[in-house]
Structure formats: structure tokens, C-alpha cells
Design a protein around this ligand. Structure first.
Ligand code: AMP
Length: 307
């Protein structure tokens, strides 16, 4: 049974204090699908691009075994473009421009063969489109959702409907605070879980991530990288590694979710080491496994011993 990935596909113009790149491959569904493809198959991508979308990007996705039957290519249309600029503190990013182009009229149509998908990840797109995807699915059993400040501020009603049907919500700390008007993340997590999601993941940029269930909290460390070139897509690659791993093992207990958080963190760490999707284009399973082990060593300690 396929893993269904829905979200944006973009050509990104990204400026960091170190470099600038124009019209590079980006978008939430792109990062999620590439990251997930190292763990599982088939990955069914649902998205929209214009005729200007470079054939080499299609080839890249196909080379990763990603099923593109749900990719709409609009004749004469222009692909969604997004521009972002990072501050010296790479946790702070300004959106410089958003050109929706074909994304403005995106109607995510799920091909019949993908409607049976049990594992679905709703990348960051308008909540009403996320709802439209869920309506087309026959019996989704594990729905992972991402969202952003924009939708919390402008489409809260629809977002609440999505959350009711969500098993795992993945957001960052500022979004968790915005969604709940609560500064403390532990209290915010309790509030958000009451909105629907059984599990909640709060990403804290270069400070790792927290996983919440009803009874447990798991804290994942961040990978100590000396060189972060481009943080774009880290959150999406995290989500892709997370659901890709769970889709491959088909186990959804808390211990499996903890491992999935570490695999997600590993994929995010590879992503930020290079510009655009470059960091997750040519990996192999051994590299991912090694990084998982490095994550484990980062926060492993002995029993309390005598004191
Ligand atoms: P992240 O860094 O994980 O927040 O994801 C960045 C990606 O999200 C970029 O590749 C952008 O193309 C894409 N993106 C930015 N703004 C939007 C938006 N309003 N809707 C959908 N995708 C977006």
C-alpha cells in the first residue's frame, strides 16, 4: 500500500549569509517525497507544476522511485515560486516573495489507485486543500499533517477540521505558541492534542524536537553541524524521514515513533548541509543508519550510578 504525499512543488530563490541560489528545486512535497523514498516505496506524490518545470527535476524524482501519476503539469503554466532570505541567525527567515502561479488553482486530485492509501502526509498547503485530499481517501489510518503560521492566522476553521482527522501534527515551536496562545510548550502540547492529534511533534530548529503522546514526552537532540548552508526544507525532510520510516515498519507504538523522530532528524540534518534538495539527492541507507547511531550516541548516558 502506497505512502501518499501531498503538498507544494516550488522553484525556490534562497539567500543565506553565505550564498544565493535561484530557481532551485523546492516545495514541501518535494522534500518529503525525496526523504521518504530512502525508507519505503511506493511513494505517491500529489502536486502541481507548470510547463517550465525542468525535466531534470522530474527525472530526479523518478530516479528515487517516486510515483508521479498524481503530478499535474499545466500546459503553458508557471511553477509556484518562493523566495526566502535567512538572517545571520539561521533560525530567522523572511519570505521575500511568493508567486503562486499554477499553485493558485491547485485542485489535488487523488488517482484511483492512491485513494486506498492508509498512510498519508499532508504537507504544508491550504487547510481546505488538505481537507479535500482527506475527502477523496477511502480509509486513511495514519494521517500526518504539517501547517504554518499563515494558515493558523488566516484559515483556522478549516485547519481545526484537518486536526480532528490528524494522527500526528508536526509544527515548530512558534506555530505551537500561535495556535494555542500559550508560551509554555508543554502546556501548548496538551492543548493541541485536545484539538485532535494523538501525537504531536514540536520542532525547535537547531535545538531538536519534542514528541508528545498522552503519557509520554520524548526529546530528540539536534545534530551538531558546524556548517549549515541552507535550512530550507529541513522541516519537510524531517516529516519525510518520519513517515517514511513508519510506513516501512508498519508499527505505530511510541518506541517506533521515537525511532521515526530520529530518522526524521537525520534527514533534516542531511538537508541543511547543502543548498536546495542537494543534501538528500544522493544518500544511501548506510549513511542514514550511521547518522541514526550518531544521534543515539549524542544523548546516551549510563544509569544514575551511586551519588
Ligand atoms: P520549510 O523550510 O520546511 O518550511 O519548507 C520550505 C519549503 O516550503 C520551500 O521549498 C518553499 O517552496 C515551500 N513554501 C514556502 N511557502 C509556502 C506556502 N505558502 N505554501 C506551500 N509551500 C510553501
Amino acid at each position: 500500500m502506497a505512502l501518499l504525499v501531498v503538498g507544494s512543488i516550488a522553484l525556490d530563490t534562497v539567500e543565506t549569509p553565505f550564498d544565493k541560489i535561484e530557481n532551485a528545486l523546492g516545495g514541501s512535497t518535494t522534500y518529503i517525497s525525496l526523504a521518504a523514498s530512502y525508507f519505503t516505496s511506493p511513494v505517491h506524490l500529489i502536486g502541481i507544476v507548470g510547463e517550465d518545470f525542468n525535466e531534470k527535476y522530474i527525472q530526479l524524482l523518478e530516479d528515487h522511485g517516486i510515483d508521479l501519476d498524481g503530478l499535474q503539469i499545466v500546459p503553458g503554466g508557471k511553477t509556484f515560486r518562493w523566495g526566502g532570505k535567512y538572517h545571520y541567525d539561521l533560525n530567522i527567515r523572511d519570505t521575500i516573495f511568493t508567486e503562486l502561479n499554477v499553485f493558485e488553482n491547485f485542485n489535488p486530485v487523488i488517482p484511483e489507485k492512491s485513494q486506498k492509501a492508509k498512510f498519508v502526509i499532508l504537507g504544508n498547503i491550504q487547510p481546505n486543500l488538505q481537507l479535500h485530499v482527506l475527502e477523496q481517501l477511502l480509509n486513511p489510518q495514519f494521517v500526518v499533517t504539517d501547517t504554518m503560521n499563515l494558515w493558523i492566522e488566516t484559515a483556522l476553521e478549516d485547519l481545526m477540521k484537518v486536526l480532528k482527522q490528524t494522527n500526528v501534527l508536526i509544527i515548530n515551536d512558534s506555530e505551537a505558541r500561535l495556535l494555542t496562545n500559550e508560551h509554555n510548550l508543554i502546556r501548548a502540547a496538551k492543548e493541541i492534542r485536545k484539538m485532535g492529534p494523538e501525537y504531536l511533534i514540536i520542532k525547535k530548529g537547531e535545538h531538536g524536537a519534542l514528541l508528545f503522546s498522552e503519557d509520554n514526552i520524548f526529546s530528540a537532540p539536534a545534530y551538531p553541524l558546524e556548517d549549515i548552508f541552507d535550512p530550507t526544507g529541513a522541516g519537510d525532510a524531517f516529516a519525510g524521514g518520519f513517515i517514511g520510516y513508519l510506513h516501512s515498519v508498519r508499527e505505530l507504538d511510541f518506541e517506533s515513533l521515537k525511532r521515526a523522530v530520529i530518522y526524521g532528524s537525520a534527514m533534516a540534518s542531511f538537508t541543511v548541509e547543502k543548498f536546495s534538495t542537494k543534501g538528500i539527492e544522493d544518500l544511501n541507507k548506510l549513511q542514514i543508519h550511521d547518522r541514526f547511531i550518531e544521534f543515539r550516541e549524542l544523548s546516551r548516558f549510563d544509569d544514575a550510578g551511586k551519588f
